[in-house]
Design a protein around this ligand. Structure first.
Ligand code: SF4
Ligand code: SF4
Length: 285
């Protein structure tokens, strides 16, 4: 089973929920797909056994074959190619590639009628594989200044081990990196906080999951702060509230020291086990 943990808004406690859930159940694989800012390793402290390079395939033009027809520019949805046809001023013509805009979709090489495009790997980050006690741990780290995180997220997800319960820590937000991370999940936990910003971004995240047809439920963090509008929204939309975590100073202090809640306060383990059981049994109330 693949359970992704996402949040519209950053800073709601998404990683806290993901790591404590992982530490409370057996036979787990943990994928940190927040490749722009991975931080689960701070809490899980994995022993890294292997490091691999992450790539995106970008086009390279063989100008001896190209006739500057412009088909590649036409099919590129991301404006990553410009074609300058031969003219009196530029007798030869040229094709310009903007690698930072390229999503590595492969459309240009597929549609090039002259077979003038080959794909070359551009390094965009690294993938690290290790163990955190009994948990198989994998995360990606996007190179600084690199804009294209989905290809690296896909490479992290290539490691999904179907014999384990896979917990995916998704990036915050509701754009491509989140969609890439949660796609294919059996269930998504949306972590939110009861504030106007939290609710606004929760609503956006709910819309994304509905479109992707992924079952989901909500965990309200710092549930005793803020207002009750999040509960009202979930009631109205029939969205299950799976768990509430109260704001506690000792939890915040453990977090600031890189200590998972269930390590600092083992009595919380049963709450995360309860969250897992609710998800696998589908008994939402
Ligand atoms: S589609 Fe192929 S032949 Fe046409 S401009 Fe692009 S690279 Fe050149
Ligand atoms: S691989 Fe896709 S995104 Fe990249 S240049 Fe070609 S068509 Fe554009």
């Amino acid at each position: 089973m693949i359970i992704s943990v996402a949040s519209g808004k950053g800073g709601t406690g998404k990683t806290t929920v993901a790591i404590n859930l992982a530490l409370s159940i057996d036979n787990v694989q943990f994928l940190d797909c927040d490749v722009e800012e991975p931080n689960a390793h701070i809490f899980l402290k994995p022993y890294i056994k292997e490091q691999k390079k992450g790539y995106i395939p970008v086009p390279e033009i063989d100008e001896s074959r190209c006739n500057y027809c412009g088909k590649c520019r036409e099919v590129c949805a991301y404006n990553a190619i410009a074609v300058i046809a031969p003219s009196d001023n530029n007798k030869k013509g040229s094709v310009l590639i903007f690698p930072h805009l390229c999503h590595g979709c492969g459309a240009c090489s597929f549609f090039c009628p002259q077979k003038a495009i080959k794909e070359v790997n551009k390094e965009i980050g690294i993938i690290e594989i290790g163990d955190a006690e009994d948990i198989q741990f994998i995360h990606g780290k996007l190179n600084i200044g690199e804009a294209m995180s989905p290809p690296l997220i896909r490479q992290v997800k290539d490691y999904v081990n179907p014999t384990k319960t896979v917990i995916i820590d998704a990036p915050p937000g509701t754009s491509c990196p989140v969609v890439t991370s949660v796609k294919g999940s059996d269930f998504c936990v949306l972590v939110t906080e009861p504030t106007p910003f939290g609710l606004n971004d929760l609503i956006l995240a709910v819309e994304v999951l509905k479109k992707l047809k992924i079952p989901f439920g909500v965990v309200i963090n710092r549930a005793d702060l803020g207002n009750n509008k999040t509960d009202e929204y979930c009631n109205k939309e029939n969205i299950p509230v799976l768990m509430r975590i109260s704001f506690k100073r000792e939890i915040a202090m453990a977090y600031s020291k890189g200590e998972p809640i269930v390590k600092a306060f083992p009595e919380y383990k049963k709450d995360f086990q309860g969250l897992f059981n609710t998800i696998i049994n589908g008994k939402f109330s």
